[in-house]
Design a protein around this ligand. Structure first.
Ligand SMILES: [Zn+2]
Ligand SMILES: [Zn+2]
Length: 304
C-alpha cells in the first residue's frame, strides 16, 4: 500500500472565476499522475502545484462539454514539445478517438508520442498492479461518467521470514501469495495464510469522483464506503429548478448521496460562479452530511 495524493486543479462550473479554474482533479499514486478532466487553464494550475504533466500516465475525460476537455490540445502540445516519449492513454465516452484527433489537429503540432484512446464503458476500465479504475454512468445531458480509484486490499501482513524459510524465491510467487493465491512450490502447496498475518488485513483506499450529474441513487453502489467522495455541487437548493434543467446537483443532494453511500468525507466542487461565498454551498451540505467541505483550487490532500 502506498501514499496517495489528490490535487484539486480546478473547482468551478462552466466558466472560470478569479479564484476558481474549471474543474479538474489530479491523483498521484506510485510515482504516476492520473488526470481527471482537462479544461482550459489546467496546465497553469499544474505549474502552481507539484503536478508533473510529464508524469501523467492516464487522462480520464468525464464528458465532452467544453468546460471539461478544452485544455487537452494545449496539454498534448506541451508534452510533445518537452520530448515526451511514453504512450499516453486517454479514456473518454463514445467518440473519444475522434475528439482527440480533432484536438491534435487544433494544436497544429506534430505529436511525437503515441496516444491511445479508450472508450469508457461502465465497470472496470483499467487494472494496474496495485489499483484499478472503475467507471460508472452519470445522469447528464450528454454521456458522462464518474470514476472510482480503488487500491488493492491488503489481505494481511506478509511474513518475509516465513517465505524465505520455505525457500520460495522473491518474485512472482511472492506476489501471488500476497494477492491471496495458492502456489505450488517444490511439489508442495503453499497457502496465503501460511505466510500472511491475516489479523493485519487492511482495506485499500477508495476515492470516487462524480462529475456533472443530477444526483441520484444509480451510482451509490459504485461509490459505496469511499474514503473520499468528490462530488459536483453546482447549485444550492434555492436554484434546484435550474439544477434539474441543466442536469446538475445541489449541495444538499450531493450530501445526501455521501450519506447514503456511507463515505467518510465529502468534497464538493464544480461550483457555479454565482456563489461568491463557498460557505453557502458548504453549510447546506453540512446539514445533511457533517463531514462536507467545498474544495478550493490547488487544495492538496494526502492519504497514507
Ligand atoms: Zn461542467
Ligand atoms: Zn457538463
Amino acid at each position: 500500500m502506498k501514499p496517495l495524493q489528490i490535487v484539486f486543479l480546478g473547482t468551478a462550473a462552466s466558466v472560470p472565476t478569479r479564484d476558481r479554474n474549471l474543474s479538474s482533479i489530479a491523483l498521484k499514486y506510485s510515482g504516476n499522475w492520473l488526470l481527471f478532466d482537462c479544461p482550459e487553464g489546467t496546465q497553469r494550475q499544474m505549474m502552481a502545484t507539484n503536478v508533473s504533466y510529464m508524469k501523467i500516465k492516464y487522462v480520464f475525460i468525464s464528458h465532452f462539454h467544453g468546460d471539461h476537455f478544452l485544455g487537452l490540445p494545449g496539454l498534448l502540445a506541451t508534452m510533445s514539445m518537452h520530448g515526451r516519449e511514453e504512450t499516453l492513454t486517454i479514456f473518454g465516452p463514445k467518440g473519444v478517438e475522434d475528439y482527440i484527433k480533432k484536438a491534435v489537429e487544433l494544436s497544429m503540432l506534430q505529436i511525437n508520442f503515441q496516444i491511445n484512446c479508450v472508450q469508457i464503458k461502465s465497470g472496470r476500465i483499467l487494472k494496474e498492479d496495485e489499483y484499478e479504475i472503475k467507471a460508472f454512468k452519470l445522469n447528464h445531458d450528454v454521456p458522462c461518467f464518474g470514476f472510482v480509484f480503488k487500491e488493492e486490499d491488503k489481505l494481511g501482513e506478509f511474513k518475509r521470514d516465513k517465505v524465505i524459510k520455505l525457500g520460495i524465491p522473491e518474485g512472482p510467487l511472492w506476489r501471488k501469495l500476497q494477492k491471496g493465491e495458492n502456489i505450488i512450490y517444490g511439489e508442495k502447496q503453499i497457502r496465503p495464510e501460511d505466510v500472511l498475518d491475516l489479523s493485519k488485513a487492511k482495506k485499500g483506499k477508495k476515492i470516487s469522483i462524480v462529475f456533472d450529474t443530477r444526483a441520484n441513487y444509480s451510482y451509490i453502489e459504485a461509490i459505496k464506503e469511499s474514503d473520499i467522495l468528490i462530488h459536483e455541487a453546482s447549485f444550492t437548493e434555492e436554484l434546484k429548478k435550474r439544477a434539474i434543467e441543466t442536469k446538475h446537483s445541489t449541495a444538499l443532494e450531493a450530501a445526501n448521496i455521501a450519506k447514503e453511500a456511507k463515505v467518510r468525507k465529502l468534497y464538493l466542487f464544480h461550483i457555479s460562479s454565482r456563489y461568491k461565498d463557498p460557505l453557502e454551498i458548504e453549510n447546506e451540505a453540512k446539514k445533511m452530511f457533517a463531514n462536507s467541505y467545498v474544495a478550493k483550487d490547488l487544495l492538496k490532500i494526502e492519504i497514507l
